[in-house]
Design a protein around this ligand. Structure first.
Ligand code: B3K
Ligand code: ZN
Length: 881
């Protein structure tokens, strides 16, 4: 950080803990207005560190008592406040007993122990455990936990924690006790507790060595019919991790609990994963295909953490990508294996290039191994997760599948039970493969998206093709002078007849003919390919083989050529996106210059061809017929003119719709599945093609398609079709029909909060909702609740993050409205407030007028004062960088 805040903490200051906690015995007594927490910590001094006082972390705690080896401490022996407990003189080994009182019912930050509807639950990552009791709340302190939970038996018949339940008993006054023991050492961020009136479904899984594991999913009684898909996903994930990574589950029980109020998707607590209910609950009538896919991916992600995160954990929070990047890579491969690897890659690349590249170019840019932070909660970012996964993917591609597996085996066995660093991961990969990753490490500590500029020439006489790559990386707040990256670039060369040239490259060790991967290591590097019989069109960065921006001056004809001939499915799609992007950007310039708009006929031709290709995977067809989003286009235009981009994109979509409505209508009919809903890949692809066609049909402004949409809305036997019809209508010009189907939908589903969240987000993201007044109406709706993160995301998050046309209204009302909501939310839930700041951090990317209005909104938040660390960090860095 250029403008170092006094409150930032730095990776370079890391020091091992002075004390360790061998055993942690916790007792929770849950009451209706407070909870008593007693902890007995068996501790010893770390001989590697020079001794001294013990400073335990705390947050808003009320200390009731503290004893050392059974003796109450005198006032001179310790200093306690709400944020820490310091004990001055300590023997080498000792037992510390601490009692605190906490108030879960008042906890709206949803960190530590809190109440979600009628149940108690916890969220301790990253630093939530310190809101429960004074502790060494850092991931390199790993301890064996025993948890006793005492609560009213009628209100909370189910009491859960990590590990195995070893005891339960009835107590006087209608209370009961359960005792849980987790044999695995873990950091306290993996601690979990749940108490509630819950029902569960049960299944079992026999591991590869024959151990039987009981699998349970706990939910509130009304949701018991919505757990099957999550259970099925869990079993598939367990099997996959055995087959692909040789990782076996290590306890006899694995529990998942669904809660309504949760700051993110889910949490991998040891053997007791806690999930946002939106990432567990599904049945055909209430959940969309997208929700089914998310459930499968998140259940797998959390399960995979059992090895990549729990058995081998992070030394400190700067290493977060060690577990998150690796686990995202693992879940992406799992999803690819469950469906289509090309389609999954397209989805991930789209998100990376839209969201992560923007983060990497903005004021919050950070390396996947950041050098500093003020609030760790702000660093659960697309950079740590998705770019982190890309970095692991590059290692996978450089080593090949077999050596990568050797590397991961070595990493898991070498570091089992340890808290380690990203460097330990890379060393294991190097040791197992013998491949030198020294320069590759620059990906870990350098922020920013590298840019690759490519030029080429063909010598017909010598039959040689020379290609030159120049890499650079823009300055970012953490660092200016970047060392060159080791960029693996997968390449193919297309001859004029569309076939691929065999790749003979004489000049460099940095080309691997077997994998067609060029290793770029220098600021500028050329490669000469021989025996090339005609001029070529290069297919570069296949499968997005590195998270970089590529600049090659493709003509539109060359892009069309690649769309037809490229053997790499990803790059065929990518060529289509590049063509559409080029066309929309040019039209946006026309909008700005007040010139008439005409659509390049070639795009219509390409769409027509794609619609005819009946042999293509339907999910691929959907990707090829989807225009780049406004958010993506904003990243390609400098400065970004949102309204012009919207107008240009809308013009393209409308023109395609009216030119091709007959074809879309045929596709719609062909893919209108009848029969029971199935959440399998082919059926999902078919529904998604049908529903994309419906969107285009409504854009065509022909009345008959409105009735088609209304009919689909009314007759659908599944939520995917019903909500797609709703969304198509709400985004059409038929406002009266939109109002009436919205009303109908609400009546039908007002008893189901997750469906109502979809109802909120469809409106908040639509053209139907034309600005902040309409947003305010949603906020005052009876179904809205500012304390529920899912609802906040559905309305405020979707409006500011996805309804770019209205959020970026030229009067700046959207910005100042968002600033007010953030101030309001910061008092309740800083993590959620801080997340909502994302759109405002982009102010420098916009036209001067809009940028200034956004800056004012940021200044308004800063001027409010009394901000959480979370919001302060993002606002101050956005204004400074
Ligand atoms: N590890 C958690 C994220 C915790 C976020 C804390 N603010 C979920 C996951 O990535 O699997
Ligand atoms: Zn994770």
């Amino acid at each position: 950080m250029k403008d170092a805040s006094p409150r930032a903490i730095y990776l370079k200051d890391y020091q091992a803990p002075k004390y360790f906690i061998e055993r942690t015995q916790l007792t929770f007594e849950l009451f209706e207005d407070y909870t008593l927490v007693s902890s007995v910590l068996t501790m010893f001094r770390n001989e590697q560190q020079s001794g001294g006082e013990l400073v335990l972390h705390g947050h808003e705690l009320e200390l009731l008592s503290v004893t050392l080896d059974g003796q109450a401490l005198t006032a001179e022996q310790y200093v306690a406040n709400a944020e820490s407990l310091t004990i001055h003189e300590l023997p080498d080994q000792f037992t510390l007993s601490i009692q605190t009182r906490i108030f879960p019912q008042k906890n709206t930050a949803l960190e530590g122990l809190y109440k979600s509807s009628k149940m108690f639950c916890t969220q301790c990552e990253a630093e939530g455990f310190r809101r429960i009791t004074y502790y060494l709340d850092r991931p390199d302190v790993m301890s064996v936990f025993e948890t006793r939970i005492i609560a009213d038996q009628q209100k909370y018949p189910v009491l859960l924690s990590n590990g195995n339940m070893t005891h339960s008993e009835k107590l006087p006054d209608g209370r009961h006790l359960t005792v849980w023991q987790d044999p695995h050492k873990k950091p306290c961020y993996l601690f979990a507790l749940v108490a509630g009136d819950l029902q569960h479904i049960e299944d079992s899984f026999t591991t590869m060595s024959g151990t039987e594991v009981a699998l349970r999913i706990y939910v509130e009684p009304q949701n018991i019919d919505k757990c099957e898909y999550a259970m099925d996903s869990l079993r598939r994930a367990m099997k996959w991790d055995e087959e692909v990574y040789g990782r076996e589950y290590d306890l006899n029980i694995f529990n998942i609990v669904a809660v309504d109020d949760f700051n993110m998707g889910a949490m991998e607590n040891k053997s007791l994963n806690i999930f946002n209910s939106s990432c567990v609950l599904a049945n055909p009538k209430t959940a969309t295909d997208a929700a089914y896919q998310r459930i499968e991916a998140i259940v797998a992600h959390e399960y995979f953490h059992n090895w990549s995160g729990n058995r081998v954990t992070c030394r400190d929070w700067f290493q977060l990508s060690l577990k998150e990047g690796f686990t995202v890579f693992r879940d992406a491969c799992f999803s690819a294996d469950m469906g289509s690897s090309t389609v999954k890659r397209i989805e991930d690349a789209t998100m990376l290039r839209t969201v992560q590249f923007a983060e990497d170019a903005g004021p919050m840019a950070h390396a996947i191994l950041p050098a500093s932070f003020i609030e760790i909660s702000n660093f659960y970012t697309v950079t740590i997760y998705e770019k982190g996964a890309e970095v692991v993917r590059m290692i996978h591609n450089l080593l090949g599948a077999d050596l990568f597996r050797k590397g991961s085996d070595l990493y898991f066995s070498r570091h089992d039970g340890q808290a380690v660093t990203t460097n330990d991961f890379v060393v294991a990969m190097e040791d197992a493969s013998g491949i030198d990753l020294r320069q590759f490490r620059n990906w870990y500590h350098q922020a920013g998206t590298p840019e690759l500029t490519v030029s080429d020439e063909y010598d017909a006489q010598k039959q040689q093709y020379k290609i030159t790559f120049t890499q650079s990386c823009p300055d970012t707040p953490e660092s200016d002078n970047k060392e060159p990256f080791h960029i693996p670039l997968q390449i193919g060369l297309h001859l004029q007849d569309g076939s691929e040239a065999p790749l003979h490259c004489d000049n460099d060790v940095d080309f691997n003919a077997k994998t067609s991967v060029i290793s770029l290591k220098k600021p500028q590097q050329s490669f000469v390919f021989s025996n090339v019989s005609t001029a070529v069109v290069p297919s570069l960065l296949r499968g997005l083989s590195a998270p970089v921006k590529l600049h090659y001056p493709y003509t539109r004809e060359q892009l069309l050529f690649l769309m037809r001939h490229d053997t790499d499915g990803f790059n065929r799609w990518d060529a289509g996106q590049a063509l559409a992007t080029d066309i929309i950007l040019e039209l946006a310039d026309c909008v700005l210059a007040n010139k008439a708009l005409t659509l390049d006929e070639r795009l219509i031709g390409v769409f027509r061809e794609t619609l005819k290709q009946s042999d293509l995977d339907k999910a691929m067809v959907v990707k090829m017929l989807t225009l780049p989003s406004i958010a993506f286009l904003m990243e390609q235009q400098s400065p970004a003119h949102v309204q012009a981009l919207y107008a240009a994109r809308h013009f393209v979509k409308k023109t395609l719709a009216s030119e091709l409505h007959c074809q879309f209508s045929d596709i719609y009919q062909e893919n209108d599945i009848t029969g029971a809903y199935k959440p399998n890949y082919d059926a999902m692809a078919q529904r998604s093609l049908k529903n994309l066609s419906l969107q285009y049909l409504l854009e065509s402004d022909r009345e008959q398609y409105l009735s088609l949409a209304v009919e689909q809305f009314e007759k659908a036997n599944n939520m995917t079709d019903q909500s797609a019809a709703l969304s198509a209508i709400v985004n059409s010009r038929h406002r009266d029909t939109a109002a009436s189907v919205l009303q109908q939908f609400y009546q039908q589903w007002c008893h189901d909060p997750l469906v109502i969240n979809q109802w909120f987000s469809i409106q908040a993201g639509s053209d139907y909702l034309q600005g902040v007044d309409a947003c305010n109406e949603l906020l005052s709706h009876e179904a809205f609740d500012m304390k529920n993160p899912n609802k906040v995301r559905s309305v405020i998050g979707v409006f500011a993050g996805q309804n770019l046309r209205h959020f970026h209204a030229v009067n700046g009302q959207g910005y100042s409205w968002l600033a007010d909501r953030i101030i309001e939310l910061d008092a309740l839930n800083p993590q959620i407030a801080s997340r909502l700041l994302g759109p405002l951090t982009k102010w420098k990317r916009l036209s001067v007028e809009s940028g200034q209005l956004m800056k004012l909104a940021l200044e308004k938040i800063l001027a409010h004062g009394n901000l959480s660390k979370d919001v302060y960090e993002v606002v101050s860095k956005s204004l400074a960088n």
